[in-house]
Design a protein around this ligand. Structure first.
Ligand code: 13P
Length: 287
């Protein structure tokens, strides 16, 4: 059964570790992440972007696939199915479809509008027992080859959004999606500390988990980060292992062209990446 992310994140905040959000794109990724979480006895959050939702034939297909997989694989660790960076419209669709957790990314709206829309979603999600993540301060990333630096959130705005009753809060602290540029300034721990000071027990979310050095991850967790999102690193390990398989000519041997065989090494690589992250975040044996 899918669960809200609320309890697992409150426990993580209290226990000073973080739960990983790993983004899914297809059946193989989903299975690999669920199996690794079960093997390590770790709670897990499956992230679905709007694009990935479309790719997987819509949100109801995703809910059906993940729910069935939890049953078929005998998964007993807590699993939340979470919309990643959702628009207001996508948030409503995912609530209808049966997601157990939603991120409404209103960071590009003026703060008043972000508050208004977040507030409406807080009411809907509370009634249905769904966790809700809000965002303040845009998280940078690559767009058309240009890497934008992350916008640093205003701690007072974070407090305003946190007070609306959201479950967890993503705040930009210089983190970006995808690879970090060579001249990256690092995370702004002063900002994180100020946000944590004002928002108290609210679990904080760190996006752009790929490529942040381990010591920074640990420091962020010590300053109240309880959920860390990872996507690009799984893509990189999946692509590298699949490329190696093809470059070695293995797809031309025997039945190597069978998609189940073709994707096996990449899928195994995702398991390794997820394991590494769960160990770093400290969520192993916390289910
Ligand atoms: P990365 O792709 O940098 O790992 O970030 C993932 C993320 O934050 C998804 O919301």
């Amino acid at each position: 059964m899918l669960v809200s992310a609320k309890e697992m994140l409150n426990k993580a905040k209290e226990g000073k570790y973080a739960v990983g959000q790993f983004n899914i794109n297809n059946l193989e990724w989903t299975k690999a992440i669920l199996q690794t979480a079960q093997e390590l006895n770790s709670p897990v959050i499956l992230g679905v972007s709007e694009g990935a939702g479309k790719y997987m034939c819509g949100y109801t297909t995703v809910v059906g696939m993940v729910s069935a997989m939890i049953n078929e694989l005998g998964i007993t660790v807590p699993v939340a199915l979470h919309l990643d960076h959702g628009s207001y419209e996508a948030a409503k669709k995912c609530i209808e479809a049966g997601f157990s957790s939603i991120m409404f990314d209103g960071s590009h709206y003026p703060i008043e509008e972000n508050i208004e829309k977040t507030k409406e979603l807080v009411d809907i999600c509370n009634k249905k027992g769904i966790s809700l993540e809000a965002e303040v301060g845009a998280i940078g990333g690559e767009e058309d080859g240009v890497i934008g630096g992350g916008e640093v959130a205003d701690p007072n705005e974070c407090k305003m959004i946190a007070d609306l009753g959201v479950t967890m809060l993503a705040a930009g602290i210089g983190n970006i999606h995808g690879k970090y540029p060579a001249n990256w300034q690092g995370l702004s721990f002063d900002t994180l500390a100020a946000i944590q000071e004002l928002t108290g027990t609210m679990p904080l979310v760190l996006h752009g988990g790929t490529g942040i050095p381990a010591d920074m991850i640990k420091k962020a967790i010590s300053l109240g980060v309880s959920k860390i999102n990872v996507n690009t690193e799984c893509q990189l390990s999946f692509a590298a292992a699949t490329r190696k398989y093809i470059e070695a000519g293995k797809d031309l041997e025997g039945k190597g062209f069978d998609p189940r065989k073709l994707l096996a090494d990449g899928t195994a690589a995702i398991k390794e990446t997820v394991k590494e992250k769960m160990e770093l975040f400290g969520s192993v044996n916390k289910a």
